[in-house]
Each structure stands twice: as C-alpha cells, then as structure tokens.
Design a protein around this ligand. Structure first.
Ligand SMILES: Cc1cc2nc3c(=O)[nH]c(=O)nc-3n(C[C@H](O)[C@H](O)[C@H](O)COP(=O)(O)O)c2cc1C
Length: 214
C-alpha cells in the first residue's frame, strides 16, 4: 500500500458556479468555459475522454481532440474501423469528459454520436499537416501489429505513393458529431462542497437545469 497516494489532496477554491450566473443554454455555458480554458493556456484544452459501450455493456474510453463545437454538437475525428468506431456502429451512446484540473473544472456531456458527412471529413482531413494525413492512411487503428517497423515501412510506401499528389481522405477515417442529451458543469469548491450544474434536454429541446449534490 503506497501511503503517499492517500495523502495527495488539494483544496479547490478558484471559482464558483451558481444558478444565477450560468447561461440557460448549455452550449453558451460550454463556449464560456471553453474560452476560459483556452485563455488560461492549460495544456490541450480541447482534449476530452470519450467513453463508448461495447458488447454486453462493457465500457471503454480514450482521449480524443475536440475539433468543432457548435449548436449542432461536438465533433472529433478518428478511424471508423477502430474499437470506438466499431462500438459506435452498434451503440451510438457516448460520454465525453473534459478534465480541466488546473481550473478545478470538469464538463461531462452525454449524447449520441453520428458520422459527419464525407465532405466535412474531407475538408478537415485536408486542413491537417501532411504527416498526419499519411499517419491516418498508415494506421489501421486499434488492430494488432507485430512490431513498429510495419508502420514505418507502410509510411515510407505511402510517402512514395502520394509523392507530389494530394492525399485523399481514407475511406475509413472521418468525424463523429456528438449531439448532447445532457451536460454537467463541475466546479471544485472548499471542503469538497463542489458545484455541479446539470442540464437535461427536454422533449421540446429546451433544457431543464438542476443542481446536483457533490
Ligand atoms: C492527447 C491525445 C489526443 C488524442 N487525439 C485523438 C484523436 O483526435 N483521434 C483519435 O482517433 N485518437 C486520438 N488519440 C488516441 C486515442 O486516445 C486512442 O488511442 C485511439 O483513438 C484508439 O482508441 P480505440 O482503440 O479505443 O478506438 C489521442 C490520444 C491522446 C493522449
């Protein structure tokens, strides 16, 4: 038993979050907190942990980068044949978590994921650095490989194949748009009496706002 782990703790006192000051629209509240996360220069403010559901309800999670946020939803890009892609094919439920520890904040968004149009995926794909585009072609994401040299050889081959050519969007690569059903904004407070404001989408697309016990 490592006692040093048990003794790691911080008091949270940077800010508060209350019903009077929050925006009644969770997308606006997200924009406000996201802008503050970017302005605070924390590392990777757009990194989020996304959880998907596999067979027999077994969850799995991984970090991805948020690439767009609008009133339509939240977009990230990945390989459609990856573990997450296969799981989303059979169950579109998804949970996204932004862990902004330096700000003593966390946002959790639950919803359903759907593939974005090929045009939108292609537009984003072509905005990426060439090396990232080649990387997407080289990696059959989440499949087992014997060793790293296989990847490096594949990359060399692809560099030759696409020399002086535009790299097309790989068939199995693109975006997911997450359409939220709920948002939770968490702000750490003193004595572990944190603020948790929860937004639940209603049938008429308005949002019911409640406070959750910490
Ligand atoms: C900071 C960070 C950012 C990442 N961004 C992405 C991303 O945008 N898209 C992606 O497919 N994988 C990204 N990854 C890798 C994923 O965490 C994961 O390893 C990969 O998507 C395979 O996941 P899966 O096997 O569960 O499908 C990122 C990892 C880290 C640590």
């Amino acid at each position: 038993m490592r006692e040093d782990i048990a003794s790691l703790r911080n008091e949270y006192a940077k800010a508060d979050l209350d019903e009077k000051s929050i925006d009644i629209n969770p997308f606006n509240q997200f924009d406000k907190w996201f802008s503050e996360a970017v302005a605070s220069e924390i590392l990777e403010p757009n990194a989020m942990v996304v959880s998907t559901v596999g067979e027999q309800g077994v969850p799995s999670q991984r970090t991805v980068l948020l690439k767009d946020a609008s009133k339509d939803g939240f977009t990230f890009y990945t390989n459609y044949g990856s573990k997450k892609g296969q799981q989303l094919d059979s169950n579109s439920n998804i949970s996204m978590l932004f862990p902004w520890y330096e700000l003593e904040r966390q946002i959790i968004i639950n919803g359903k994921a759907q593939k974005v149009s090929q045009e939108n995926s292609a537009q984003y794909f072509h905005s990426r650095p060439r090396a990232s585009q080649l990387g997407a072609w080289a990696s059959n994401q989440s499949s087992e490989i014997a060793d790293r040299s296989i990847l490096e050889e594949k990359l060399k081959m692809l560099e030759e194949r696409f020399l002086n050519k535009e790299i097309p969007l790989p068939e199995n690569w693109g975006g997911y748009l997450v359409i939220p059903e709920s948002f939770e904004f968490w702000q750490g407070r003193r004595s572990r009496l944190h603020d948790r404001i929860f937004y639940q989408r209603q049938a008429d697309d308005t949002w019911k706002i409640s406070r959750l016990s910490p």
